[in-house]
Design a protein around this ligand. Structure first.
Ligand SMILES: [Zn+2]
Length: 105
């Protein structure tokens, strides 16, 4: 994951930046771990879902916004249909970014 501030179109309160970047890194590590697990190992899945909720709460606390359209809208971390982690905003249609920070179509 790139640093959140290096992603074009996203802004966040600076004082939340470090903890959000750490939470994004944590989510990424858990997602990678889950890929190695069998379906029966559910505890890690629960930890992953909890980490997703935590990072999204932090994005909200830090007023993370997409400013690619007006008015700016909230953003969240979610998974695409393949399970890959992405960032998505609440504009309609939504702007989306891959985990490396590149815009998605
Ligand atoms: Zn947007």
């Amino acid at each position: 994951m790139r640093k959140l501030t290096n992603i074009e179109g996203l802004e966040v309160e600076r004082r939340y930046l470090q903890v959000i970047d750490q939470a994004l890194s944590h989510v990424e590590k858990l997602a990678t771990s889950i890929e190695l697990l069998t379906p029966r190992q559910r505890d890690m899945t629960i930890a992953f879902v909890g980490a997703l909720q935590s990072v999204n709460a932090l994005l909200s606390a830090g007023s993370a916004k997409c400013n690619l359209a007006t008015p700016p809208e909230d953003i969240e971390v979610t998974q695409d249909k393949s399970g890959a982690l992405i960032l998505r905003c609440y504009h309609s249609p939504a702007h989306k970014w891959a985990w490396n920070g590149q815009p998605l179509p």
